[in-house]
Design a protein around this ligand. Structure first.
Ligand code: SAH
Length: 361
């Protein structure tokens, strides 16, 4: 492949600049995103794959995703488990059920567990602390990731002191008007960003991210996302296509595309070479080979579903969310086979972020 623009287009020149310097200006991001051609995308994806290989070799990390509650006090317009969706059948797992998921996952080789859920008031700081301590006591060699939304600093600190290692909180969009378009008035971008800063400060390996093709997204809002990610320096970035859920206000909105998602995954890899970047379930839902394509565009993490089979269909963030095939933990061998076809392999260590060391506080 020709490096350093090699006589290529303006798009390639900007991709090269991002690769070489790790940054672009806001206007350059907008220009790259708005004006790109298919060749530019292919170029960025191939470069991103090489960067992933340079940093992480052919290793793909796995995380066992435990969706432990779908109760939520929030009403995000895009989300299938928003509080106004009366059709959602609500559930929450007990501590014992969560530990059973971990046991099953540990036997399969998982060394990271991700506890994700809606913002469920039942799980107070104290209850979460008990769960975190119980998981970490039984599985001291495993990393524990939380993804339970916005809390105050004291609560985040409590989680951290109880032993949680990582936290996923997608910022969803870094542009104010777009944020308003996606969320009800009681939620604010300012608070979301503050939460992310607090999580970083407390020493969590922190994940931000956004949906691709959410209603109102433009090259300008995306440029804002990239500027924000550059500033935050998250250890993880979650990016997947927006997919409409029929029982939400966005039920009839078009979904984000696989092609766009792969391009933005590649740009994130080029901007933040060491980042832990999952090929998400939404990408796997949008395309049968979504995960493999993600890996070939710079992703290096997959997150199979470890939730009990009986509740999986209830954690429906969007229509058609896959939950019975290769993305489930019990079909890990099938997923591993598919990943091998990309020249990569699943590894079963904790898979921490490469560059920084994370101390327990
Ligand atoms: N309550 C937690 C977890 C939210 S669910 C939190 O606030 O972080 C995890 C992610 O799923 C969200 O951050 C969002 O980006 C994504 N998601 C929600 N609805 C979606 C949809 N309709 N299509 C694609 N992704 C969606």
């Amino acid at each position: 492949m020709k490096g350093a623009a090699g006589g290529g287009s303006r798009g390639q020149e900007l991709v090269d600049r991002l690769y070489r310097t790790g940054e672009l200006s806001r206007d350059q991001f907008t220009e790259l995103i708005a004006g790109r051609r298919t060749e530019t995308e292919a170029y960025a994806r191939e470069l991103a794959r090489r960067v992933r290989e340079r940093v992480y070799g052919n290793c793909i990390y796995i995380r066992g995703l435990i969706e432990f509650t779908n109760y939520c006090k929030n009403d995000c317009y895009y989300c299938g488990i928003r509080k106004s969706n009366r059709k959602a059948q609500r559930y929450r797992l007990t501590r014992e059920e969560i530990l059973d998921c971990c046991e099953e996952g540990y036997a399969l080789g998982f060394r990271t567990f991700v506890l994700q859920g809606g913002e469920d008031g039942y799980f107070t700081g104290e209850r979460m602390k008990e769960i975190i301590e119980a998981v970490k006591k039984r599985y001291p060699d495993c990393a524990l990731t939380l993804s339970v939304g916005e809390k105050d600093e004291d609560t985040y600190r409590m989680y951290r002191e109880a032993g949680a290692d990582r936290y996923l909180l997608r910022h969803e969009t870094a542009e104010e008007c777009h944020y308003r378009r996606l969320h009800p008035p009681e939620l604010s971008l300012k608070n979301r960003k503050n939460c992310l800063k607090t999580l970083k400060k407390l020493g969590f390996q922190t994940g931000a991210g956004f949906m691709v093709g959410s209603p109102g997204q433009t090259p300008e809002t995306l440029a804002e996302d990239f500027m924000f990610l550059k500033e935050l320096q998250p250890e993880m970035v979650g990016i997947g296509p927006f997919i409409a859920h029929q029982d939400t206000p966005f039920g009839n909105e078009p979904s984000g595309t696989v092609k766009d998602t792969l391009f933005y995954l590649a740009l994130v890899r080029l901007m933040l070479p060491e980042v832990l970047l999952p090929a998400t379930t939404a990408l796997g839902t949008a395309h049968p080979q979504g995960r493999e394509l993600g890996i070939l565009s710079g992703a290096n993490v997959v997150m199979p579903n470890l939730s009990p089979a009986a509740v999986r269909k209830k954690y429906m963030l969007y229509d058609g969310k896959i939950c019975t095939g290769d993305e489930t933990a019990e079909h890990l061998a099938d997923l591993a086979g598919r990943i091998e076809k990309t020249g990569c392999r699943i590894v079963t260590d904790r898979g921490d972020h490469k560059k920084r060391s994370f101390q327990k506080i």
